[in-house]
Each structure stands twice: as structure tokens, then as C-alpha cells.
Design a protein around this ligand. Sequence first.
Ligand code: ZN
Length: 523
Amino acid sequence: MKRSGFSKIGIQKIGTKKRGWIISLLMLLLLLVCSGCGSGDTVAAMELPTQAAEAVNVVIEDTAGAASPVAAETAQTAPIVEQERVQQVGKKQISIEYAAPLAYVLEYPSFADEKMDSLVLAFLEERKTAFAEKYDITDEKAKKWLSQKDCKSFLYLTYDSYLVEEDKICIVFHEKGEFIGTNKETEGIFTLHIDQLTGERLTEQALMKEGFLEAVSAYVIEYFTTEEPYKHHIFGDYETVLASTGGQFQRFALTDTGVLFYFDRYTVFPGSMGVVELRIPYEALAGLLNGAGAEAPPVVEEEPPAVTPMTPVEREIDPEKPMVALTFDDGPNPKHTGRILDILEQHKAVATFFDLGSLVDAYPETVQREAALGCEVASHSYSHKNFVQLTAAEIANDVHLTAAAFEKAVGFAPTLFRPPYGSTNDFVKANMPLAMVTWSVDTLDWKSKSPKAIMQVIRDEGDLDGKVILMHGIYETSATATEQLVPYLLERGYQLVTVSELLQYKHGIEPQSGSFYGYTYFR
Ligand code: ZN
């Protein structure tokens, strides 16, 4: 029998996640353009039509190049680059349309297929019409703004797209509407499924089998009432809202790892949590989705790898003697982390590795070896996003995704978290269930790429007792520096310990979830 249905295999994620900064760029462009058309000044770089009925349509093909490597801690201004290598379905188009007082900034895929492209374009027209109707302005304040004939309302559409089973395309449009001059703002998520073979639109209704809504409802209620942080925030009559008849599950996306559901603000969570996403694995919905003539999809159970029983180096830590914690971020990298592990093993020493969940998924063997050598395996997030830019739900999702990656690789979830770029604030602290750790000695290894310079930073630091040294496990030069650094520290009588051991033996504490241990803590 032909393998069909919605098993995990053969499903690829093909979305790009550059939404944030692309929108920022486009907004900047629009602001530039529109700042000139209201005042009568000539600031604008482009001339805008002044007739409300007249429209200008600019379509740009996205020319974003190859992703650059993960930015290092201090490169805070660089766009955050996802670790995931994603395949694009279709060609990304960016359309900027001015039809004062409205403006549309639309990202969408085109497929060089008349039928499919017209489906997408018809969908965009639907969204534009709905937006224009929403902004049929009646209030006086708004009228005053609009009387200036400028672009005052903006509709932004971005998208993620997924190719499922080589014949279904799922496009998730994220919509944001803004009416400048009032506090009006709208947001929404809309999905479009296309059968690539027929070029026809697949409705969610047609994808659901009997029992689908009931199964989803049970899963969602169970998840939101037992998992952090949702269980503390779920509100209202959620049992009715999230019942199979509550109308919450008719919109979903088929993705690489499961069926993704969206819960708009205030549905069952406070608005501050943003749009909450929940991915239900295909296994949990086996047989309840219509595939290409599918019966219950063969569930391909991915056996978790047999975790090597840990036989860490027997070490005794003397709390009276000086100790230092070496830490390596941004890995695992099979080659360079591998070499660092060789050095540690050779010296019967340990370090703490703040690994990225996405790379743990990619290189589980390297993480298994870290654990097997008695090193501390900790989280540096799933894909190195800047956490101060995330919503509570996005933070929760990242923690969940990262924990799953570690659990699959080594059989446990990390308890320590080092925020990418060291970037954090009270909101992140309040929403992070893990203990947060930064560092007290920055070797700037990512910048100097010089073992000599790295060693100089260490020598200039003086007394290293109780310090946490930051390095990155993804550079050859950092591995070379480690080759010198480990014997250097041991010869000077320092015990090499993990971060948790340092907290335990130096400060007498267990790392507490939600606590922050930073620069001043490790001085
Ligand atoms: Zn990092």
C-alpha cells in the first residue's frame, strides 16, 4: 500500500521565519513614503497617488540570500537567523500597494501554476476586501485623518508555508492591520491549504474526519490545564470554549511535526500572551485527518535512541579550593565541540554546554557525549531568538520545543537556560521556567577568533575563582584555545566544575527556576 496520510515522514517545513525584520523594513519604507504625503513636504522617496481610487502596485521578488551563521552574543543588532534550514515552496513575492487611504504590504508565495497562483491571489483579495470594510471609517477623528488623502491604514500579511506529503501545500497567513491616528489594530491568522495535484483549495472541513474535533478538544483541554505556563493563565469558561462544538478548531495548519492550532488573544488566555499556538503531533490524531485517500496513517514511531548510561568521570570537589566554570554556547558542533570534549576527557575535566535545541536535534550524538563525560547539558533556546522580542506563548513554545529535543537526545530536559545574546528583561524572567545563567568572563572568542587573544583575556582577568567563562563551541579557534586553557587552569589549582556545581559548592544553592544568575553573581 502506498504510504499516505499524515505521518511525520515526508513532511517538510518550508516557511521562513524572517517575518519580524522584514515587516520592520517594510514599515520603515512605508513610513518614509507616507511621512511625505501628509505634510506636503518632499521627504518621500516615492511619489504617491493622491486619488483615493488610484492604486500603485509594486511586486518585489524576495531575494534574501543564504543564512549567515548564528550571531554571537554581543551582535545584538543583527537580524536573528534561524538555525532551521527551510525549503521554500513557490517563490516569495512581496507586494506593496497604495490605494490611499489604505496601503497593503503582502507577502505571499507564487507557484508558477496558474490555478494555484489564482487561488492565492483570490485569497489576498478576500483579505484586502475584509480589511477595507473593517476600515470603513465613520468616526470623526478618523475622518479627519483620512481627509488628508494619505495612506493611513496598513494591512500587513506575512506567511509560513509547509509542504505536506509532497502534494499538499499549507500556507499560514499572519495578518496585522493598523490604522494610524487611532488606536485601532487588528490581527489574525488565516490558513490556505492547496492540493498540489489538482490545484484545488482544500478546506479544513474536508481535511477533518469524524472524531477529529473531539480528539483535538480533549488534547487541548488536557494540555492547557496541565502544562506550564498555560495552566496558570487559562481563564473563563474554557471547557465550553474549547469543547468540540466551541468553534475553535476549524482553523489549523498542517506542519512538519503536527497539526498547529491557533488561539486568538482573549479566547482562553489573557491578551498579553498573544496568539497562543499549540502543535498536536500527528500520532495523537492518527486516522482523524483525510489524506490522499488515506486510511489511518501508519504511525512511524521514532524510537528514542538508547541513551548511553552515564559514566561520568569520578571527581571530588573541594569547596575550599578555587573553582571555575567553563561554558560553551551555540553548539553542539560535531567537529569543534567534539574536539573540546576530547580535551576535557583527556584532562578528566568538565564544562557546561549551552546547546541550541535545533542543533541537539541535528547532532544528538555530540550531546550524548557531553552528558556521558559528566558535563552539564543546558539550554541556549531552540534557535537563538532574542527572547526580549518574544511573547509569553512564544517563550513557552521555545522551552517546550527545546526540552523535547534534549529529552529525545539524552533523556532529560535541561534545567539551566542561557538567553541568546545574554538578552533578557523582567518579562522574560517572569516567563522562563528554567534558571537563567549568564557569565562573568567574556573571552570574546567569536570576535577575536584568536587563541592568543582568548588566553590574554583569561590572564588579564586575574583571580578566576568562582567565575563563569563564556566561550563558543562552534569555532576551531575556540577549540584550540581550550587546548591551552584547560591545562592552564588546572596547573593554577582551579577545579573545573559545571555551572550547577559552582552554584552548589560556592554558593550553597540549587539553581532555582525563574531565578537569574548573572555577571554580579559570579564576580
Ligand atoms: Zn549564543
